[in-house]
Design a protein around this ligand. Sequence first.
Ligand code: ZN
Length: 407
Amino acid sequence: MDLKTTKTKTKPYNGYKSFDYLEPVKDYKPYKLAKEVGRVEPFTYPVSDEKEELVQKILEEDYIVSLHEHTFVTPEDVDSIFEFRRQGRDWTGYEGLSISGLDIVFENYMDGTAFITSNAGWKWNDVLHDLGIRYSDFAHQDLVIRAETMEDLYRAKEEQKVAFVTSLESATQIENEIDRVDVLYGFGVRVMGIAYSEANALGCGLKEKNDGGLTAFGHKVVERMNKIGMTIDVSHCGDQTARDVIEASDKPIFITHVGARALWNTSRLKPDDILKACAEKGGVIGIEAAPHTTLTKKHREHTIESVMEHFEYVANLVGIDHVAFGLDTLFGDHVGLHHAFANALSIGSSHSGEQFNEVEYVKGVENPAEAYPNVVRWLVNHGYSREAIKKVMGENVLRVLKETWVK
Ligand SMILES: [Zn+2]
């Protein structure tokens, strides 16, 4: 392994693998999982030794936050993903997380791929099952802690742990039940999206051609989320729904994982007016890096360079105080997963109208373990000040949480 990679400060990790407290075969059906570290050739963004020293100092001293991630490990054979999902049991990439430099992860669990009892996803029971089984696993290890307050986030950094903030990309699972917002809050959910690909009782997702905006029920949910202290996300909302949510919310919101439509014209990315409206309200935009999302005309092959072109564009548009990173990576073959779940994830809609070269993985930001140190390296190498890096790697997100959470 590259010497620079091995220098990244690791958090204490005792080798625990998910569900070590159970017996494979007897208690669950085992699958061969993808490698957390070294599945593809590791990539360290090249910087001088002097700059690498600063990178390591930043990783050690400052808050490193991912505003959007799925830290599960997929089966090595990604074609078995449907059958694997039916088991309702996801493995967390603890080993990878321990070398990721991350202090706080907004974890989104199975999310749009929670097909435990359904082929369409977003079922109330499936969402709760997914959270419960992951929480059970967390309770048997020492690296990850569940964070529900600011205090939990600070404690994680102090104790060299990784804080997980439970997030859901859509509110589809609450159906038409407003009190389910309270129930989810009780189950630890602290960030929730309004709609995913398809429309729901609250508003429209990015797949819909006729976005009627936030519904009357959607307005009630926004109000309840503001009151209860759950931060709102509009990453997958249709444009009108996103605009309505920003206007309706009393508090700042997140667009946790997105890019600029001005650079790549697809419905998965947001137009300038929505990015600006989010920032004007005090919100923060996390830059996305899932395969083939944040492409640009200049970089039609997805790598860290195209991702950072989106970062610079958004930072110039809305200011450095309103940008962060929600790179949306996982451990395993993300491109293969997209092919398997193409319909549910609206992969077609997010590619509409633009030609690109498909990659096997996004070089530089392939998985949660390598992505964040490389982003810091890129920022240091491009002359960003320590203060600016501190803001985009964590402080901006913490500011919004302080304004939206109740404690
Ligand atoms: Zn997403």
